[in-house]
Every structure is written in structure tokens, then in C-alpha cells.
Design a binder for this molecule. Sequence first.
Ligand code: NAD
Ligand code: UDP
Length: 329
Amino acid sequence: MNKKRILVAGGAGFLGSHLCERLLQQGHQVLCVDNLYTGSRSNVAPFLENPRFQFLCHDICIPLDVKVDEIYNLACPASPIHYQADPIQTLKTSVFGAHHLLELATKLKCKIFQASTSEVYGDPHVHPQTENYWGHVNPIGIRSCYDEGKRCAETLFFDYHRRHRLPIKVARIFNTYGPRMHPNDGRVVSNFIVQALRSEPITIYGTGQQTRSFCYVDDLIEVIVRLMEAPDPVTGPINIGNPIEYPVSELAKKILQLTGSSSPIIQKPLPSDDPKQRQPDITLAKTLLFWTPQISLEEGLRATIAYFRKAISCAAPESSATCRSFERQ
Ligand code: NAD
Ligand code: UDP
């Protein structure tokens, strides 16, 4: 296999660190670029001794000039509480960040992957969501910095593809969970597991009847790499995720059962524009990439619960890690 030098923007985050690990296992050199906004040092600590791994603390809102053979762009906070904490930075990361990486890919004439999202469908009127659905997105709400930022990034990718013949790969990722999510990530799977393990109340927003479809991280990394390796006419956008759909209330019960926790379930207000239902139609991924998810929710939750049991028992506060503290360590 052809060994490459591969840039992973957002490589110290949850998905990015698994991708770095996978690419290192394949024998590639990995340049992980991250500003540690939501990523953490511990996610990439095991790779730092590998001479094929390099960490560059950098904000992709600033142009970057490096020499690589391929680029994966996963840099962007993905959890609503984190992307809403600094919405202007989120929008800049999605749009300016994508622009800078596309400029770099154009200069280097290299393939570039974009981690897009099911959020481009907003609160969907088409169910399950197919790639040809244009979505139902509020352009001025609290989720818009993320949703519209990712939509604009897709536009940029396709304009670079048409104008500069740039090879692009755009994946619309649906809710994915697994080890290396931060205990303070704020997304539903990590929140419920951490609450259950700490015997704290499980916080269901709204009635809990809203649905999501949860994909285990190993399944997702497999299809991301397959998409990147697929022959050129395959640009996406392509839905990737697990199509088995669950109400959030059912997820809470499952996590209580698997952790053996007796945490009470409480209700909290539903944030505005929270999508009511979400399920990917993955026909395209099945037919073009010969991929279907292999890991059941129960199996994936067991592995994630085991990870969090360890992570929260030896919890050093990592969320405040900065580039400077990273470099010092
Ligand atoms: P994450 O928050 O764990 O990872 C994002 C990483 O990007 C972090 O390491 C963060 O520090 C880094 N980052 C943020 N802004 C940056 C900037 N300006 N410059 C450099 N680095 C920056 O989230 P994740 O779940 O790993 O998501 C990774 C990507 O996948 C994101 O682009 C997200 O939108 C997309 N995605 C994820 C999911 C999911 O369910 N996990 C679903 C849809 C889309
Ligand atoms: N949610 C919840 N309790 C939590 C966190 C999230 O009920 O502690 C709900 C949230 O309102 C949404 C769903 O779980 O309906 C998924 O939320 P998440 O933040 O994981 O991702 P989203 O798909 O909304 O971006």
C-alpha cells in the first residue's frame, strides 16, 4: 500500500483521534492539526512516541502551509453546548477553516475530506434523510452557527471541485459515540453514561420522544477511510451513520440497565430547534462503499461505558488544556 503523509485537522478530538490511530496503523505519517478547543492531549498522548505522528497546535481559521498528500478536515466543535459557547468562532472554523484547507489542497493538488453532518438537514421533513433532501434549517437560531457553517463548507467544497477539479470527499456524519468522548462533551450518550456512573440524575431534554440514530465510532472510522479511498467519481455528499433509530428516553433506559445505575430520570427544557427525528438513509454508502455498520448499540454502549468508568475515576481536568500547556507537557 502507498504510504502517505496525511493531515488530520481536528485530530485531537473524539473522531479525529480515532482516525489518526487508524491511519498510523495503516503505516501512514500523520500530521495532527488542532487548537485543542474541544480536543484533548490525552486523546493523542499514546501516539506522541510514534515517529510517524506529529502534532501541530494551530487554529485552522489561520491559513496553513504544510506539505501533505491528503487532508481530512474534522476540525469543528460538534457538541451543541460547545459549538454554541462561541458561535462566531464555530462559524469561522467551519467556513474560513474549510476555505484555508481547500486552498492548501488546491495548491498541493491533493484529495480532501470534509466531516459534514446530519445537521445540514436541520429539523427534517423527510424521513429517513436521503442525500438529495435539501433540509429544513433555521438560518438565525442557536444551532445555525453549526448547521449553516457546515452547509456553507459543503458549498465551498463543491465549488472548489467544479472550479479547480479538486478531488473531494464529503461525508454527512450522523450521531456517533464511543471512547475518547470528553466527560464534559455534553452530547447525549456521554452525558447519560457519566450521569449514570456518578449516580446523578439523567437529564432528558423535553419529552425524550425525539429520536436519534447512534453509530459506534469504529464503524464510522471504517467508512470514512473507505470513502477517502473510493475512486474519484465518488465525491459524496454521502450519509454515514447507523440507521437504527431510538427515542432519547429509550437510550436513557438502556444506559441505566447497562450501567446498573439507579439514577433518577429528570426532564429539562428542550433547547430550541432541537431536531425531532433523525435517521440516515445509508443506501448510497451500502452500494458505493460496500459498508454497513457492524456494531450494535448494546455492544457499543458496553465499550463506551467501560471507557468512561476508567476516564472519570482518574479524571484530570483536560477540557482546559491549551496549545501552550500541550507543548509544555
Ligand atoms: P470534537 O469536538 O471531539 O472534535 C473536534 C476537534 O476539532 C477538537 O479536537 C477541537 O479542538 C478541534 N477544533 C475545533 N476548532 C478548531 C479550529 N478552529 N482549529 C483547529 N482545530 C479545531 O468533535 P467530534 O465528534 O470528534 O467531531 C469531529 C468532526 O465530525 C466535526 O467536524 C463534527 O462537526 C463532525 N461530526 C461529528 C459527529 C459526531 O456525532 N461525533 C456528527 C456529525 C458531524
Ligand atoms: N439530550 C438530552 N439530554 C442530554 C443531552 C442531549 O435529552 O443530556 C437530547 C438532545 O436534546 C437531543 C438529543 O439528546 O434531542 C441528541 O443530542 P446531542 O447533543 O447528543 O446531539 P444533536 O443530535 O442534538 O446534535
